[in-house]
Design a binder for this molecule. Sequence first.
Ligand SMILES: Nc1ncnc2c1ncn2[C@@H]1O[C@H](COP(=O)(O)OP(=O)(O)O)[C@@H](O)[C@H]1O
Ligand SMILES: [Mg+2]
Length: 495
Amino acid sequence: MLKLRTIRSRMTITYVLLVAAVMILTGLFVLNKLENYHLAMEKENLERAGGLLVPHVATYLHEGAGPQRLNAAAAQFAQQVNARVIVVDNNHVVLGDSRAGELVGTSLARFEVEEALKGRTGQSIQYSTLSRQQVLQVAIPLIDQDGQQGALFFATSLNPLYGMLAAVRHFFIFATLVAMALTAALGGLFAHHLGGPIKELTAAARRMAAGHFEQKIPVTSRDEIGELADQFNVMSSSLKEMKKRLTRFVADVSHELRTPLASIHVCLQSLQHYDMKPEERQEFLQDINQETQRLIYLVEDLLELTRREEVADKREHVALGKLIEEVLSTSIPRATRKELKLFKELPDDLPHFNISPEAFKRVLFNVLDNAIKFTPAGGWLKVSAAKGQENVCITVQDTGHGIPEEELPLIFERFYRVDQARSRDLGGSGLGLAICKEIMELYGGTITVESQEEKGSTFYLAFPLRHAVAEEQLKNVTSGYNIERENPPARASIP
Ligand SMILES: Nc1ncnc2c1ncn2[C@@H]1O[C@H](COP(=O)(O)OP(=O)(O)O)[C@@H](O)[C@H]1O
Ligand SMILES: [Mg+2]
């Protein structure tokens, strides 16, 4: 059963109709041209032949020949040109008739004869009901040196011509039917080849919509459909990967939430069920407070993670130097509290960038926050910046615990902490550097690290200069920092 809604049937029907239309139009054109050409030929032949007969008939008339001689001459000529030949005088009276003198003596008052008697060629095509055929009639003037003597009338059957045209028509009809059948077969085959993979893609997409992302479509051709199947497979792989990452992320988040929640739960249970001295109670409440704070940090970081693209999109023309100064000024109190020395080395000619000031401050704040967190009291930190050939590099150096070499690539992963317990105690969620890396990548930049255990670490933030703003574009630059703007969350280390 042919379903009209399928591409296959639509394509096949379109092809078949197209072929039929082309064949029919060609057929009509060819038949028309053939008919016109042959009619013109027939008429011209009769006219030319008649022209040859005129002097003979004129001579007979001159000699005063009777109907019998004229009939015989007409009959002889009629055989040669395959037409009935009639001789009429100037009064339409038939003087001779090739068909055994049938009309001799009668008046042949026909339109064509009338034309011929006026000196012109008269012609017409008529359907003869008597002989049931189309007939071509031509009359030419019969003129000799004494002037017009009458007219010669010819009537010839068009049966052979129309017979030939009918044969051509039949051939066209047959050819059209064969062409339509072939087109239907070939079109159907082609559409089947096209429709097969599409059906397969549809089925796979349906399974994917139902949550089964691991779909693989065999790529059998190199055409557009093959390309579609190829891209479909790529999409399937990335969806599978995304699903895996999402599951892992949810598992990681749940794990991170569970530890402080479990501590809070234990503390609350103890407070509820045991009699305690006020100092002991205070200690438990302190623990609850600390774990709650940890949960708040975690949720804040999670929110930051989901909002990073939105934040990074709020681009402005900002002066990098001023932004760095701003982050430094918010970090100085904490560094001082931890008895850390903070040095800076910032050139005056740092360019302007078209970035989100909030996103930038988050990145630098996170890196600086880590440096402060992981450097023991008495150490020092140094923030410097330099403009290179291709980028501006901001360096944050510390004299802290350092990071084991094998763990260096891992610290940028979500929730990764070198020393789980210590980092957690310092209030870290393990999301800071992951957020930094993702923001830097959004700006086409990089964040890298060098570290030596027990000596210190150096983080490098490279911003590509191609995103810098040229001097002439700097008409409406914001000051780089706006007091009203939301500050990065300033976290005091948890004691
Ligand atoms: N300056 C640093 N010195 C030593 N270790 C660091 C430093 N910065 C980051 N780390 C390590 O990388 C881990 C990941 O950092 P981050 O993503 O910011 O998480 P956290 O929330 O713990 O700060 C930290 O837990 C720490 O172990
Ligand atoms: Mg951090």
